[in-house]
Write a new protein. Structure first.
Length: 283
């Protein structure tokens, strides 16, 4: 990528003042500006899906010739490519190749830890990080609030999707056919009188959860235990996990606690961004 930018600087900065050739500070500034502009071009195209020379120039506040040179340099390195039919530019395969190497290096547990601890500290309850594995929600990390009493260690445990807030968030994100298969294979066992065991009732909850951006459960897995969860997404917008808060029912009613849902959603978004998610990722 840096090699790309070095080649690009030479092309884009060719029209800059000759003073830069003898002024190291000026040359450095021009080089940094070229890198910044090239990244801005990529961000514009990524956000819009595609973009032409004129609209890129207008959004950046530069001359069309500058935008054209930037696009030509990026095109030469496979970072963008021109749509022959519309004449607009799209992200190129080299961007996809570079991006595909990032998720493999990201650890969800590592990236989520700070937000997990902050939630537990702020709301004095237990925060959990869960992923979908073999038709179950598996808690892979946990942070315990300062005043939490008698907290169960959920790490590594398999919890049912239909009876947990994290599970419902991940269920709601599954394609209908996949969700149907998962529920047929696992069934909807009853854990408490509040567990939703009726398939039709559970399906009715799915679009509501997806629209609201969170799922709350009230004593559905264990008597006296309430929980609320939000999704975590990756670079493609796919839900790859959930972050939740849980606590004893006598004091933890998540939808009534001021600021809790907003904080939880912000934490989910923060972790998602660390995993490569952007608002234009398709979610």
């Amino acid at each position: 990528m840096f090699e790309t930018m070095n080649h690009m600087d030479a092309d884009v900065d060719a029209s800059l003042s000759n003073d830069h050739d003898t002024d190291p500070a000026g040359a450095h500034h021009a080089g940094v500006q070229s890198v910044d502009r090239a990244i801005t071009v990529l961000e514009i195209i990524a956000r819009n899906g595609d973009a032409g020379v004129s609209e890129i120039a207008e959004e950046m506040g530069v001359h069309k010739s500058t935008a054209s040179r930037l696009l030509s340099a990026l095109d030469a390195r496979g970072m963008v490519q021109q749509n022959n039919e519309r004449g607009k530019y799209q992200l190129g395969f080299n961007i996809l190749r570079l991006a595909s190497a990032i998720p493999a290096r990201l650890s969800l547990v590592r990236e989520a830890r700070e937000d997990l601890e902050a939630l537990a500290e702020t709301f004095a309850e237990t925060a959990n990080l869960a992923v979908l594995r073999s038709n179950f929600a598996v808690n892979v990390d946990q942070a315990i609030g300062p005043s939490t009493l008698g907290t169960q260690d959920w790490i590594g445990g398999l919890t049912p999707l239909h009876a947990t807030s994290s599970g419902k968030v991940m269920l709601a994100a599954l394609p209908l056919e996949t969700r149907d298969r998962v529920l047929r294979e696992t069934g909807q066992a009853q854990y408490t009188p509040h567990t939703v065991t009726d398939r039709h009732e559970l399906e009715q909850q799915m679009p509501v959860i997806a629209e609201a951006g969170y799922a709350a459960t009230y004593e559905e897995l264990e008597r006296g235990l309430n929980a609320v969860a939000v999704p975590i997404r990756n670079h493609s917008g796919t839900v790859i996990g959930a972050i939740s808060l849980s606590g004893p029912a006598f004091r933890f009613e998540p939808e009534k606690i001021p600021g809790l849902l907003d904080a939880l959603k912000q934490a989910g978004y923060s972790i998602s961004v660390k995993m490569g998610y952007t608002p234009s990722s398709g979610a």
